[in-house]
Design a protein around this ligand. Structure first.
Ligand code: NAI
Ligand code: 15L
Length: 269
């Protein structure tokens, strides 16, 4: 039987109103005494074991208040798809700087950062990559996550703030297409991965690919064994159904060639 360690007294979850924030809201209560939820969107009333501090990540004062008094941060907030650069700049780049500056001021020493597979979206689906491969972002969104990973490294080297940069694949209730048979991360495995990042004795600055135990994979997590994440779920149980409802990929389509899928041709440029 799995047990979740209560590693922190007060844990902050940003992006709590989003898809993954909603999935993590109940699950993360097992990791802490008090779960502080934040988003710029409404979150309803605080339930038992919760507190709510709304904040726009682009507003440094609001972010400072959001971070004050927490022991660790699970940073899910931000724009989660390709978008015009001006919007990504505010939410993901200025927002990340505001978060790390607040963490430094308030002595927060551990962050789990929701990075993305789109940091390396221009590797091919026929390649296997690991954490030391250079970034190959597939758009402004992936570029902003690459910035977040480098920002986290700067704050580790200068201030000792440990971060797990979790390059989440596709975290949804089920894989939606053939690509997601490789990239799928179940909500329970996402929680297991975050729990491992929060509880491993020495995290440092780590890059971890966030995927379940899928037979088809493009990512090698051998550089992140110290995190101690063991996926329990697999997309394989959905394979037959996904094949039945989707057609054979057109290999002249960049979306079928590159790991980033449709993101490699999405967006305003
Ligand atoms: P989502 O779009 O459903 O949730 C993001 C949340 O961030 C929203 O509730 C939104 O209101 C909030 N947000 C956006 N801009 C903000 C701002 N300026 N200030 C405060 N809050 C703001 O995204 P989802 O799917 O829940 O993803 C969560 C995180 O994980 C995102 O950072 C995303 O980039 C990352 N991720 C998600 C993947 C997935 O498969 N769901 C895959 C890879 C990365
Ligand atoms: C992401 O980074 C997005 O946030 C999510 O909406 C998915 O599209 C995912 O990547 C993916 O690559 O499937």
């Amino acid at each position: 039987m799995e047990t979740t360690l209560k590693t922190h007294h007060r844990l902050l979850l940003t992006g709590a109103a989003g898809g993954l924030g909603t999935a993590l809201r109940e699950r993360l209560k097992g990791n802490c005494e008090v779960l502080r939820l934040s988003d710029k969107a409404g979150l309803g009333d605080a339930q038992a074991g919760e507190e709510i501090v709304l904040a726009d990540l682009a507003n440094a004062d609001e972010v400072d208040a959001m971070v004050a008094g927490v022991d660790a941060i699970v940073h899910m907030g931000g724009i989660s798809v390709e978008a015009p650069f001006a919007a990504i700049l505010q939410a993901n780049i200025v927002g990340a700087v505001n978060l790390y500056e607040a963490a430094r001021r308030h002595g927060v020493k551990r962050v789990v950062f929701a990075s993305s597979n789109h940091v390396t979206g221009f590797y091919k689906q026929s390649e296997t990559i690991h954490a030391d491969h250079p970034a190959r972002p597939d758009g402004f969104y992936g570029l902003s996550k690459a910035f977040g990973e480098d920002l986290a490294r700067l704050y580790f080297d200068r201030h000792g703030i440990e971060t797990a940069c979790v390059r989440i694949g596709s975290s949804f209730p089920e894989p939606r297409d053939r690509r997601m048979l490789a990239t799928w991360l179940s909500f329970d495995d996402l929680h297991r991965l975050i729990s491992a990042c929060l509880s491993t004795p020495v995290l440092g600055h780590s890059i971890v690919f966030g995927m379940s135990n899928n037979a088809v994979t493009w990512w090698d997590n051998s550089r992140a064994r110290h995190v101690g994440f063991v996926a329990q779920d697999s997309s394989d149980v959905f394979r037959e159904a996904v094949f039945a409802r989707t057609s054979t990929p057109d290999l002249n389509d960049p979306a079928a060639v590159y790991q980033g899928g449709g993101f490699v041709k999405a967006g305003p440029f």
